[in-house]
Structures are given as structure tokens and as C-alpha cells.
Design a protein around this ligand. Structure first.
Ligand code: SF4
Length: 361
């Protein structure tokens, strides 16, 4: 069974005020050193075939198409693999990220952080690129033949309204995005937003919930379908790599802060680039893939928990108590239940943690 491959690129040109992903500002020859270390790590997996590759971060476009090609070449990648690179539009101007070179190396999907099409919201989030830069970056990727483009939209931004949200969704369709990921802004401990949260004009919980529902409605009206709590796509453009996570399939992670799930075991690399470069030794995180974990991940998907898949994987059926509890939520419009599956509705996704917790105890 081919695996997924996740490469964590721990570099950004600056730190956005809301972000707690692991990244440092690159200097000297650190990018080349990092690339060599990742390639060496991947050498150890020559016997494994990867059919999805995802460069996430941090900002993968910061390391440039040459380093990305080098990493791709060092792994055993299926010829039909989906290869995604997260790009920051501010790195993707005329002399920036070389999409042609990336496409030649096999990159066929780009994920870009739009966050908002309203300049005031982009400013509040500390985004360096303006809307002209975002559109230019998308067009450059498309001209290089990479038309599978995913854009991120953030919900719950200071000052966000339904009107500005609509502008963001409309922008995604106007540039031909095939996939949209939506994220609710969370104030993470240790970030700049955490320090100034009392001064931020943040929508409250109910307003953010309304923005989420409105966003789902607008995106579906444009022709994409929701397939996961946060993700929407035109048919056939769902993220194959991320579906591996939600189907609880195995993957290998390379780079500091990357997690792996392989041969039934989970492990990860510490959030520390210099330690990773000195000694890329993973830390064990126990075993994975039991029914609870599988069900928790499956319920993030609109297809939900499917009895046929559960039986194929575990040799038993979905426990009756899950169907019974799900019927209670179905009466409130939070779940859908039929003979072979239970799934959350879009409204149910808003309270998914509580519902999934209740279904699985
Ligand atoms: S939001 Fe993206 S670009 Fe900004 S600091 Fe986080 S990873 Fe880097």
C-alpha cells in the first residue's frame, strides 16, 4: 500500500501574529543543510512507495523549486502521485518561486494562504502580500500548468463581516481555485495575538459560527462540495494527501515537527531545527489506528463513519450504541444516519468535538 509523505519546511520570512506553526527565519546556508538532512532521512525509505507528497510548513516556497526538486528526487514517488506545495503569495512574484521548475519536478498542486480578500483583514492578520500579489501568484502557477490550486480562507478575523467573507469566496472562484480550505482563527498561546487578544475586534463564538455556515453555503453555491469539516472541492479535486489522514492511512513525516504513522506506530520529530540537523532521531508516540482513532477521523468527513469500511478494516460492525446516539443528534439536524453510516451535517461540524466525544464513550 503506497504511503503519504509529509515534508515539514520550518522556514518563514517573518512570523504572522496569529501563527504557532513551527518555523524560523532562514539565514546562511541553513536551507541547503536542511534539504540535505531531509534527503538523507528519505534515503532510509527507498523501499517505500509514496503516492501523495505534501510540502507544508512554515512556508515551503521559501526554500525554492531547486530544493523542492532535490527532495522529490530523493524519494520513491509514484508517477501518478499528487504533489502539493504550500506557497506564500509574497514569495511568488516574477522573480520568486519558480513554478515552471516545480512543475517539471512533478509538483501538480499548490495550496496558497489567501486568508481574506479584504485588504483591511489581510493587514490585521499581518499578511505581507496584497491581493494583486495573490492573483499574480495564482496566475503564474496556472501558466506553469499547475491548475489544481487550493486557497485558504480564515474565519473569525478581526472586523470580518458576511460581506467581506463573500468577497473572499468570490475571489477564489474568480481565479479558478479548485479547492478551498477554511480555518477558524484560534488564539494560540504564545502568539502575538494572544498578548493583545483583549484589544482585537474579534467576532464572538455565535458570529463565527454564522460565518462558518455562511461560508459553506457560499462555497457550495459556487459548485464545490464540502467533504470535510474545513475543506471543499470541485469533484475530483479533494486533497488525496489529507484524505489519507482522515482515512487513518499511513504516512511518513520528514523535517522538524513532522509526525509519522507507519507500520501501526506513531512518531514525530521535535520542534527544533538545530537538533534535527544534528541528530534526526524520531520520538516514539505510541501505536495508532485503533477503532476510536479511526472513527474520530472518519467523522471529520461528510461521508462519515461507514460500516462497510469499518468491517473491512476491523472485522466488526459499527457498534449499535453509536447508531442510537447518532439518531438523537439527527433529530436536531446535527447528524445524518442511515443503515450503513453515520455522519455529521455542516451544523454538526460546529460542535463536532462534543458529539464525537459522546458517540465514542
Ligand atoms: S501563517 Fe504561514 S507564513 Fe505566517 S508564520 Fe505561520 S507558517 Fe509562516
Amino acid at each position: 500500500m503506497p504511503l503519504g509523505l509529509y515534508i515539514h519546511v520550518p522556514f518563514c520570512r517573518g512570523k504572522c501574529p496569529y501563527c504557532d506553526f513551527y518555523s524560523v527565519i532562514p539565514s546562511g546556508g541553513i536551507i541547503d543543510e536542511y534539504t540535505k538532512c531531509v534527503c538523507k532521512q528519505l534515503d532510509g525509505y527507498k523501499g517505500r512507495l509514496f503516492d501523495t507528497v505534501y510540502f507544508g510548513g512554515g512556508t515551503p516556497s521559501v526554500i525554492g523549486a531547486d530544493n523542492i526538486s532535490e527532495i522529490i528526487e530523493s524519494a520513491n514517488i509514484d508517477s501518478n502521485a499528487e504533489i502539493t506545495v504550500e506557497c506564500n503569495p509574497s514569495d511568488c512574484g516574477e522573480n520568486g518561486f519558480d513554478f515552471d521548475k516545480a512543475a517539471i519536478a512533478g509538483v501538480n498542486r499548490i495550496s496558497m494562504g489567501l486568508q481574506s480578500a479584504a485588504e483591511s483583514e489581510r493587514k490585521a492578520l499581518g499578511r505581507r502580500a496584497d491581493m494583486h500579489d495573490v492573483e499574480n501568484a495564482v496566475r503564474r502557477a496556472q501558466r506553469a500548468g499547475i491548475d489544481n490550486i487550493s486557497l485558504d480562507i480564515m474565519l473569525g478575523i478581526p472586523g470580518q463581516s458576511e460581506e467581506t467573507l463573500k468577497r473572499s469566496v468570490d475571489f477564489c472562484f474568480s481565479v479558478g481555485a479548485k479547492h478551498i480550505s477554511t480555518y477558524i482563527l484560534k488564539i494560540e498561546e504564545g502568539t502575538y495575538f494572544d498578548k493583545v487578544k483583549d484589544k482585537l475586534d474579534l467576532p464572538d463564538e455565535d458570529e463565527t459560527a454564522d460565518l462558518y455556515l455562511r461560508c459553506a453555503e457560499l462555497i457550495e453555491r459556487g459548485g464545490m462540495k464540502q467533504y470535510e469539516i474545513s475543506n471543499f472541492a470541485f469533484p475530483g479535486f479533494e486533497s488525496r494527501h489529507n484524505l489519507k489522514y482522515w482515512h487513518c492511512e499511513e504516512y511518513i513525516g520528514a523535517g522538524p515537527a513532522a509526525h509519522s504513522f507507519v507500520d501501526g506506530k506513531r512518531y514525530y520529530y521535535e520542534r527544533n531545527l538545530s537538533e534535527y540537523l544534528k541528530n534526526p532521531e524520531p520520538v516514539s508516540d505510541g501505536s495508532g489506528g485503533d477503532f476510536e482513532e479511526y472513527a474520530m477521523l472518519a467523522l471529520r468527513l461528510t461521508e462519515g463513519l461507514q460500516d462497510i469500511r469499518v468491517f473491512e478494516r476491523f472485522g466488526f460492525h459499527i457498534p449499535e450504541k453509536i447508531f442510537e446516539k447518532a439518531k438523537k443528534y439527527e433529530r436536531n439536524g446535527l447528524m445524518t444516519v442511515d443503515d450503513g453510516s453515520v455522519s455529521l451535517t455542516t451544523r454538526g461540524f460546529l460542535v463536532s468535538n462534543a458529539i464525537i466525544g459522546d458517540l465514542l464513550i
